[in-house]
Design a binder for this molecule. Structure first.
Ligand SMILES: *Cc1c(COP(=O)(O)O)cnc(C)c1O
Length: 369
């Protein structure tokens, strides 16, 4: 079986992990956490970085730190991971969804403008699959309407929009270090920001809202979102190789596209927009409408050929859990609905070899023949 994802851990990962074990520093108090935060903030061009235990809870902390809650509407793409909507709903705020573009798979900016109401308090911008969202109009909308901006850059390590780093745009921007992201800590996440007070708030929320003057006396509710020194050690080693990893993913994307170009019934990922070249978080495929099977069937057939695949996200407005909560009734967002049913991705991990890619491409072409 060719796995859908396999990370590369052959840099300084072992050395830094051994330092943790030899020194006894394995908890969040160890020195790699601060080092990872400092180096990550510098890389994204932000003043602060706050390391957390995963990219999903980074979004919860961002929503809480920006004081979003009951009565507040937050606009986000329907086509995304559920973590985005969960963070909003758990805070008691209302998620308002927009459709995505059929080519870039990112949120449609025109629809964002149309959904702004007096109750809109924030935009949650999510860059998906390798290309950044159209930040120009999104930043202009946020400014014009006085909206907070949360930027989910979980899939965008090393990506830029018009030369500016993804993760540099939000009041708070978040990252994930799950193993299918460009750099990984096994599990892990990061919040980045420039505002000193927001950074302090995120640090407090990360650590059970412990605060002076008396430890164990609390003024607000936080979480334990702390990242361990072991995870941060991996993060430091991975971050050293980010440029190499981005180049590697771009080369993989170009190779897959060369192998698969012209295959009937198959939409390949867009290589670039005017604002950025894709960094191919994963290599996604979308089945044309005339193809007589859907993504689930395609993945079954490819699995039988030893090719591991994963489906695309499923739209938020079609999630049973949210519909049961009374959210999104009557919402129709045709592009997100179509991508959820007809999109999937093929093996895309950092450790994938050219020979494996050739095997995968041959299986995909047979599937479509
Ligand atoms: C992976 C991902 C997350 C969640 O990150 P975890 O670390 O797995 O919790 C959030 N948003 C997007 C867009 C992602 O791709």
């Amino acid at each position: 079986m060719i796995p859908v994802n396999e990370p590369l851990l052959d840099g300084n990962e072992k050395k830094y992990l051994a330092e943790c074990i030899d020194s006894g520093w394995i908890s969040s108090e160890g020195p790699f956490v601060e080092r990872f935060e400092r180096e990550f903030a510098a890389r994204v061009g932000r003043k602060h970085a706050v390391a957390v235990c995963n990219g999903s809870l980074a979004l919860d902390a961002a929503v809480a730190a920006l004081d979003l809650g009951p009565g507040d509407e937050v606009i986000l793409p329907s086509f995304t991971i559920i973590s985005c909507a969960t963070a909003i709903v758990r805070a008691g705020a209302t998620p308002v969804v927009v459709d995505c573009d059929a080519e870039t798979w990112n949120m449609v900016v025109d629809q964002v403008a149309a959904r702004i109401t007096p109750r809109t308090k924030a935009l949650m911008v999510v860059h998906l699959y390798g290309l950044p969202c159209d930040m120009g109009p999104l930043l202009a909308l946020a400014q014009r309407h006085g909206l907070k901006l949360i930027e989910d850059a979980a899939e965008m390590h090393g990506q830029t929009w018009q030369g500016r780093p993804c993760g540099s745009f939000g009041d708070i921007s978040t990252f994930s270090f799950y193993p299918n992201k460009h750099i990984t800590t096994g599990e892990g996440g990061m919040l980045v920001m420039d505002d000193d007070a927001l950074a302090a708030r995120c640090r407090r929320l990360r650590n059970l809202a412990f605060a002076p003057p008396r430890r164990f006396v609390h003024e607000e509710l936080g979480w334990n979102l702390r990242m361990s020194n072991l995870q941060a050690a991996l993060g430091c080693a991975q971050l050293e190789r980010l440029d190499e990893f981005v180049a590697r993913k771009r080369a993989m994307g170009a190779r897959y596209t060369a192998l698969l170009a012209g295959t009937p019934g198959l939409q390949l990922p867009l290589a670039r927009t005017a604002d950025a070249d894709s960094i191919y978080w994963v290599y996604g495929l979308v089945l044309a409408d005339e193809v007589p099977f859907d993504a689930d069937e395609a993945m079954r057939r490819l699995a039988a050929r030893g090719v591991g695949c994963r489906p695309f996200f499923w739209p938020m407005h079609e999630q049973p859990v949210f519909l049961r909560m009374g959210l999104f009734h009557g919402e129709q967002l045709p592009v997100a609905e179509r991508l959820g049913r007809r999109g999937f991705y093929i093996p895309s991990g950092m450790a994938l070899t050219p020979a494996q890619m050739a095997t995968v491409a041959a299986a995909v072409k047979d599937l479509m023949a």
